[in-house]
Design a protein around this ligand. Structure first.
Ligand code: P6P
Length: 315
């Protein structure tokens, strides 16, 4: 009998509590995947004519994915609020404002790839509220370091539909089986190779990088001769790094002086997964999971991957 998402319940101290939330993410993933597959026929590709809090042009599918994800978190009955890349403020789920958990999410990461049929993803992280259950959840409930994360993971909308997640007891990959219409365990206990063959970065920004990262990269390339792969969607670049080893980086630069990637719903969930898989997750001089968040949409530099490659880069 293939192992499905239900096997989450048997993983470590948080498994049973997290199973309904992870299953909710799985339902959202299946719905979002169906919307993506049919988008071109419904004129749903392209801009929504609005900007998100980041000042980025929202794609129509960003908005729809956000709505789908929120609905599925509501349907779990375990989530009191959602912090989303697509929403300026924390979204309180009124019917369950007494529930224990908050979810941070990038509902459709890399959506600029959509109109060229490139891979995109969903990235999520789960934390337990700090405020009393009788209170209304507050944005301060989301401002917890990666050491407090209960569960995290990502969905990859690629040639296959995959979920990679952890509840703190290793990293496991599930692939959607159209035959059974369920996610089934396909990559049990993922461990990142100690060293890998690729670095992954938007090298066109190199001349604008801060903290001398251009020199660091030049030295690593000269020392290691690594190949380069870059998709431009964090989930795809992270997934390749996780399975093949190597390093993914997005340094701070003159335009994004604190980095481009968001701490709460990109860096921390990916850092959690990376460390659970035996890899390393650094920001500027500090481990990603040690950063004490100060704002819902805070951005940080990110260096994720195999220990050997991250150490070779940061030197
Ligand atoms: P650039 C997508 O917009 C995203 O947030 C991540 O998925 C990705 O890693 C990064 O930005 C790509 O940024 O500047 O290379 O297009």
């Amino acid at each position: 009998m293939p192992t499905t998402l239900n096997n989450i319940a048997k993983q470590g101290a948080n498994g049973a509590a997290m199973m309904p939330v992870i299953q909710g993410v799985g339902r959202a993933a299946i719905e979002i995947a169906a919307v993506l597959r049919g988008a071109v026929f419904r004129g749903a590709l392209g801009g929504a004519g609005s900007e998100n809090v980041q000042g980025e042009q929202q794609q129509m599918l960003d908005v729809l994915s956000d709505e789908i994800f929120l609905d599925e978190m509501r349907s779990t009955g375990f989530v009191c609020a959602v912090g989303s890349e697509e929403q300026e403020e924390l979204l309180v789920i009124e019917e369950y404002s007494h529930a224990d958990y908050l979810v941070l999410v990038d509902p459709l990461d890399g959506s600029s790839n959509l109109d060229v049929d490139g891979p995109v993803g969903t990235i999520f992280s789960v934390v337990k509220r700090k405020t009393p259950n009788s209170d209304t959840p507050h944005v301060s409930d989301t401002l917890q370091s990666g050491k407090e994360v209960i569960a995290a993971g990502y969905v990859l909308y690629g040639p296959s539909l995959m979920m990679v997640c952890s509840v703190g007891d290793g990293v496991h990959g599930y692939t959607f089986n159209p035959g059974s219409a369920r996610f089934e365990l396909s990559h049990g206990d993922i461990r990142i190779p100690e060293t890998g063959g690729y670095y992954s970065v938007n090298e066109s920004n190199k001349d604008k990088w801060l903290d001398g990262m251009g020199d660091h990269l030049d030295r690593m390339k000269a020392d290691t001769g690594l190949g380069m792969r870059y998709v431009g969607a964090m989930v795809a670049d992270m997934h390749r790094t996780l399975l093949k080893g190597g390093v993914f980086l997005y340094p701070a630069d003159e335009k994004n002086t604190t980095g481009k990637l968001r701490l709460l719903y990109e860096a921390i969930p990916m850092g959690f997964i990376m460390e659970q898989a035996g890899g390393k997750a650094m920001s500027s001089g500090i481990a990603v999971l040690d950063i004490e968040p100060e704002a819902l949409h805070q951005r940080v530099p990110v260096y994720l991957g195999s220990h050997t490659n991250v150490d070779s880069l940061l030197g």
